[in-house]
Design a protein around this ligand. Structure first.
Ligand code: BG6
Length: 528
């Protein structure tokens, strides 16, 4: 995204769609293809839960950065709805502090002043119909200039059905005239299959599926989107992307942070719900899906759902063989001593909540038959690292004899999602010298060094897409439910079969039981 207006902008309306098309040329060829192509039509964004953490840490900074990059149309309005008594000026001050603390780029006076003048605040209780009447009046006043309406549910999730219902009752659910109305729903989307179904039902009472934008912020990450480009814009990987050539896949989402004061939520969530049901299953589906017919939102989401449908259910005793639960104990992370999970403020001292989970999954379809997918995620691990590693089979015939090639690692493709975004290909090369000795080497592509522009934050991309009406990077109702079906079976299995909870030291790579899980297949976790 550009940080300043470019030379040679030209603008025109794209027939039948609400965005403005922007084309441009720039001198630097490295920037080619990184420039804005579209801009949303005027809209009012209403954030429910405007005084909350999400709004402060993510939404306001993301909106500000969209303003810096000139993605926002003129006019637009951001209406924060919250319980705390506040006027527009106080809300703008809150936004200023939020941006100073959390924006990826420093606040610049002219852009900030422009941006701040678009922020408004409406005080009101979520359960009180007066709130929605006041909101309807405000939106009515804006409707002529800003026909688009985007609601953002950033309240505690238990309030989602109530906000939707009240919006419906106040006549705010459906678009008026030439405008559009959309609603973004934050995670968690339910806590099991039944609650996700109920939430879908409640939202569908007021909004059509096309109006619903369920957020999974991993889909807003550049490197996650690059999975699609890597697989389907290149000809050389897809022919070997199957059980014939791939030995196994490892997906790791390791975090060094703990629960960061979120005991209330985390105690009833745990790593399986918090990370696997959403973020890790998104990585799994993008990695394993068949090529979509087009890049249309539903074409991609159809293929993702098929992957989840093909995941072999872990029912009955299989949960104890195929999954490992862990909980961190006191240890040292980044040189700092940290308490164990049970010692964290607000956590039950006898808590059974898992902060780590590892599992082996199979995707029972033509492409992936027999290929194990190992997933692991945990808090308070040695370091932050999200990576997908595809390990290929060894060559069919070992031409280079032992000892030179016996210890050679099999080929591996590592897709690094964060930090140090990039792609690494591991292969064997001849050591220089008169004798044939083969050594494992890496060929590396790093985002930072290849592209001049820093990647936008996930929330920037996702907010912009919702403004534009592009739901490709949002989860569909059946996708969410299918993911919950897999997770709910595991949760029930854990309960029924009393799956043990293994302690692991904070700052380590998780419980040793997870090493045993993968060692059964003569493999080992990547050392990251
Ligand atoms: C959130 C989880 O969805 O994702 C958090 O609730 C987790 O527990 C976070 O820390 C990880 O996101 P990221 O972008 O830092 O990998």
């Amino acid at each position: 995204m550009p940080s300043s207006p470019a030379k040679g902008w030209s603008m025109g309306h794209n027939a039948g769609r609400e965005e403005v098309v922007v084309s441009m040329d720039r001198d630097n060829p490295l920037r080619e293809g990184l420039e804005p192509e579209r801009r949303p039509a005027p809209f009012a964004l209403v954030i429910f839960g405007a005084t909350g953490d999400l709004c402060r840490r993510k939404l306001l900074p993301a909106l500000y950065n969209l303003a810096v990059d000139r993605w926002l149309p003129e006019p637009y309005a951001v209406v924060g709805v919250g319980r705390s008594p506040m006027n527009d000026t106080a809300f703008r001050e809150t936004a200023q502090r939020a941006i100073d603390q959390h924006s990826r780029r420093p606040r610049q006076a002219p852009v900030w002043e422009q941006f701040a003048s678009h922020l408004y605040y409406l005080q009101g209780e979520i359960h009180d119909p007066t709130t929605y009447r006041k909101l309807a009046e405000t939106l009515q006043g804006l409707a002529a200039a800003m026909p688009g309406r985007l609601y953002y549910l950033a309240t505690p999730p238990t309030l989602y059905p109530e906000v939707a219902r009240q919006l419906g009752t106040a006549g705010l659910g459906q678009p008026r005239g030439s405008g559009w109305t959309r609603i973004i729903v934050e995670k968690p989307f339910g806590h099991d299959l039944e609650s996700a179904r109920q939430l879908n039902l409640a939202l569908h009472q007021v909004f059509a599926e096309e109006q619903l934008y369920r957020i999974d912020h991993y889909l807003g990450k550049e490197t996650v989107q690059n999975l699609l480009v890597f697989r389907f814009a290149n000809g050389i990987f897809e022919p070997i992307w199957n059980q014939q050539y791939i030995d196994h896949v490892q997906i790791t989402v390791a975090e060094s942070i703990g629960i960061e004061g979120r005991a209330n939520y985390y105690e009833s969530a745990g790593a399986l719900r918090d990370m696997v049901q959403n973020h890790m299953f998104q990585l799994l589906s993008l990695l394993a899906m068949e090529p979509p017919v087009t890049l249309e939102a539903d074409a991609i989401r159809d293929e993702k759902v098929k992957v989840l449908k093909a995941v072999r259910p872990l029912a009955g005793h299989a949960v104890n063989e195929e999954t490992v639960r862990g909980q961190y104990q006191a240890g040292v992370v980044d040189g700092q001593p940290v308490p164990g999970y049970r010692e964290e403020t607000g956590v039950n001292p006898a808590s059974d909540t898992e902060t780590y989970v590892a599992m082996r999954l199979f995707i029972d379809n033509w492409r992936w038959a027999g290929v194990p997918f190992y997933l692991r995620t945990g808090k308070r691990m040695s370091k932050r690292a999200t990576e997908i590693a595809i390990q290929f089979k060894r060559p069919p015939h070992r031409l280079f004899s032992a000892p030179s090639a016996a210890e050679l690692d099999p080929n591996l493709l590592a897709i690094k999602i964060q930090p140090d975004e990039g792609i690494i290909l591991r292969f064997g090369a001849k050591e220089p010298g008169a004798r044939i000795r083969v050594r494992t080497v890496n060929m590396e592509f790093l985002y930072d060094t290849s592209f001049a522009d820093p990647a936008p934050e996930a929330y920037e991309r996702l907010l912009l897409d919702a403004m534009l009406g592009d739901s490709t990077l949002f989860t569909r109702h059946d996708e969410v439910e299918q993911a919950w079906a897999i997770i709910t079976a595991i949760l029930e299995g854990w309960k029924r079969h009393r799956t043990p909870l293994h302690g692991y030291e904070a700052g380590s790579w998780g419980p040793s039981a997870a090493d045993d899980l993968i060692a059964r297949d003569l493999a080992r976790w990547r050392h990251l």
